[in-house]
Ligand binder design. Structure first.
Ligand SMILES: Cc1cc2nc3c(=O)[nH]c(=O)nc-3n(C[C@H](O)[C@H](O)[C@H](O)COP(=O)(O)O)c2cc1C
Length: 219
């Protein structure tokens, strides 16, 4: 039994219209805990190495904790995201949307503390920090990231918008303190703001054409 409304989107619609939602987050409409729990329930079906399920999902809906995380994120954003803006190339199609993305990201930075809920997915133990091989890195993060995307897709079908953000990890230790989690034992993944969307219509976004990125049999 679902805790809320479903949009009735097809799988293909969900996969092609789950956008990074920032300016269209409804900051004034509360999100029921059960609805978020339902999305986590679906996320738990994601693939993960050896089915070890070393994952944890921290949902945040209390104002002080949200403010604490927003503060950590904002500090990193102001230091890193601002300076990066100047460096884009107008001839590069992937960069054409960048100024819109940056405006949207500025909005999220300014309003992050107001979102009804946030998700910080975590994994134990922490990954090998020094000289981790690609297989170690891929194995580690591949055991968490599919579940996070499942959460975001499930949220979209329920009228919720999300954005994948990672800047708070610049100050991961401070975020761990805000969340009261043991930094030495637990690694955080992205910080995902969650809210109902203002309107439910979203479109497929610009991506490089398939010819540029698809390879059959050999590179
Ligand atoms: C690894 C990663 C890190 C990201 N970090 C941030 C971030 O810190 N802040 C933010 O507003 N968006 C962040 N994003 C969202 C991207 O800007 C967004 O996914 C991209 O622009 C595509 O958006 P679209 O699917 O709506 O076209 C991140 C996405 C990924 C996958």
């Amino acid at each position: 039994m679902s805790a809320g409304t479903h949009l009735g989107l097809s799988v293909d619609q969900v996969l092609s219209t789950t956008r990074a939602v920032r300016r269209r987050l409804d900051l004034d409409r509360p999100v029921d805990r059960e609805l978020l729990q339902e999305c986590v329930e679906l996320a738990l079906q994601a693939p993960n190495g050896s089915n070890a399920q070393n994952w944890h999902f921290v949902l945040v809906d209390n104002p002080e904790t949200k403010a604490g995380l927003a503060d950590v994120y904002g500090r990193a954003y102001d230091e890193l995201a601002g300076p990066a803006v100047a460096e884009y190339d107008r001839r590069e199609p992937r960069h054409r949307r960048l100024s819109a993305i940056n405006r949207s990201a500025d909005y999220l930075r300014a309003n992050l503390h107001r979102v009804p809920a946030m998700l910080v997915p975590c994994q134990t133990p922490r990954p090998a920090e020094e000289n981790a091989t690609v297989i170690q890195q891929a194995g580690y993060w591949s055991s968490l990231l599919p579940a996070i995307w499942s959460f975001m897709l499930a949220a979209r079908e329920r009228g919720l918008g999300t954005t994948w953000t990672t800047l708070h990890l610049v100050y991961e230790r401070d975020a761990a303190d805000v969340l009261g989690l043991p930094f030495e034992l637990v690694a955080q993944g992205p910080l995902i703001p969650i809210a109902f969307t203002l309107g439910t219509e979203f479109k497929p976004a610009y991506r490089l054409p398939i010819e540029d990125v698809l390879h059959w049999n050999t590179w």
